[in-house]
Design a protein around this ligand. Structure first.
Ligand SMILES: [Zn+2]
Length: 136
């Protein structure tokens, strides 16, 4: 499952950072979850907690904070950037709902608000990343 694979890569990245910074234990990991990342928040958190139990001593008492990262889009033609929130306002409720589940739909319906180009990239808020690690 997608959530478990992501949780595993977050934990191994956290452990690598802990090694580099000579931390004996990791107390807190703050994770940024992109608005357009298609994962189940609950399953992801469960996977993190379950995997932390088996990933060794460093992660025994770790706490996870999961924050949502807002998505940003950028036009490939005029380089204008805008947020996914702004984009949702221009769409109907049904379309905005569909995009939440299938972000690719955004590419079909949306246009750059400045030059009306249909070509744009998601430059922020699509992936999962670690924003901070606290340990001792
Ligand atoms: Zn544009």
């Amino acid at each position: 499952m997608h959530e478990w694979a992501l949780a595993e890569s977050i934990l191994s990245a956290a452990q690598e950072t802990a090694e580099k910074e000579h931390l004996k234990t990791i107390n807190e990991i703050t994770i940024l979850l992109g608005e357009l990342q298609q994962i189940e928040h609950d399953i992801f958190e469960f996977a993190l907690k379950e995997l932390a139990k088996t990933e060794g001593k460093k992660l025994k008492h770790v706490k996870f904070h999961i924050k949502q990262e807002k998505s940003m889009l950028q036009c490939t033609r005029c380089e204008h950037t805008w947020s996914f929130d702004e984009m949702k306002k221009t769409l109907g409720i049904d379309e905005a709902e569909a995009i939440h589940f299938i972000p690719e739909i955004a590419f079909v319906h949306a246009r750059c608000p400045k030059c009306s180009s249909p070509d744009f990239d998601i430059i922020k808020g699509r992936g999962v990343s670690i924003s901070s690690i606290k340990g001792s």
